[in-house]
Design a protein around this ligand. Sequence first.
Ligand code: SAH
Ligand code: SF4
Ligand code: F3S
Length: 444
Amino acid sequence: MEKRTVYLKTFGCQMNEADSEQILGILGQSGYRSVDRPEDATLIILNTCAIRAKAEQKIFSDLGRLKVFKMKDPSVKIGVAGCLAQSMGERVLSRQPAVDFVLGTMGLDELPDLIEKSGRGEKGVSLAMSGNSEEVRPDAVRSSLVQAYVPIIYGCGNFCTYCVVPFVRGPETSRPVQYILKEIRGLAGQGYKEITLLGQNVLSFGKNSKENVMFRDLLHLTHDIDGVERIRFVTSHPRDMSLEIIETMARLPKVCEALHLPVQSGSDRILHAMNRGYRRRDYLEKLELLRENIPDIAITTDIIVGFPGETDNDFEETLSLISEAGFDHLFGFCFSPRPGTPAETLPDPVDPETARVRLEAVFNLQREISLKKNEAITGRVVEVLVEGPGRKDPAIFTGRTRTNKIVHFPGRSEMIGKLVHVKVEQGLPNCLIGRVDHQDKHKR
Ligand code: SAH
Ligand code: SF4
Ligand code: F3S
């Protein structure tokens, strides 16, 4: 067989990461081996994101650079997959003619056909609105050896007014429970200790299916699987966070004390315009409930600044919410108008410079809060799942606490994939520095 190598680059969120693992699994069946450099590849695929205009620009500038490899060797094929592919369809081909095929998010099984067609010189566009096999193939190529993402719900039905996801990922659909559990059992059997249940709004799990297994039931079922030691889930919609779910999280020891709960804004007016379905007060009350039930829980969030109509006053409310909430970490973005979304055409846009200054203020405030939170952990011994050596210094290893904080510590390769106890010696805004606690009696 001729040499078949693929260079796959992934943009965007964990959904795309999970799809990329699937894509490599599918390609593996056709004899493709994955390579790290585009110059070594016979097939180049970008798995793209459409969430903000910046993502789109980055992808087209990458394509401009990658087409050089095709000019050198015309047998090289270039494919564009993922959310931008789904939203632009054929327009990808007219904007960058070096592209051979376009593959949307919901029909990954079409990939071998598209590649075969491109071998015959035909350009293919596949934008199925459903059809991804719900059973993840056992040969999905996982990017981490210690933690795995498991999709439980596809698409999104929330239609936040700024967001393209419902348009590029289709309606909210829960994956059949038996497939989810089968995949998790398989992963546990291979030694994966940490499982992250994945979806745009995992808390909705089961609401759109006949199976009558709700999210909290799924947490129980996952908890029952031997070998799984840590359970996480992303993303949760604040509107759907209920006392029942909070109590389930608190009751199940494998469920980690960490939660990503995107608030987006601290102003009720803006939250309403975003169609988020909760008010500032509701959100803060839920945080209180979470902290009462799960005392050490770390909370992270997403913030959008510069939504159309956001006044200085609205923005002040976002800053005050960040202070009141005391997040462990946040991801902040300037609003980016996306084609086809209701917010694209809203009046009173915030000028980009004002939005940039606001985002800067958000980051500065959060930096102080994160630093204080992480400094407060100094001296404590925390459980860390070891990922591997860091990039800068191979003797310094990286892992994560149950609260999902990154920890750097001197380590050895035998520790990879194990749970160790680390004494925290320093807390920085974005990570902890420590040392393995050898006296520790709780070592596994
Ligand atoms: N389903 C998740 C995450 C969706 S995308 C959720 O509901 O929270 C991740 C983040 O990107 C969002 O939380 C939001 O903060 C940001 N985002 C989405 N659309 C955006 C847009 N048009 N402009 C700027 N930020 C956006
Ligand atoms: Fe987008 Fe809102 Fe769905 Fe999240 S919940 S993916 S922000 S529409
Ligand atoms: Fe981007 Fe698609 Fe995720 S638009 S953020 S890759 S769901």
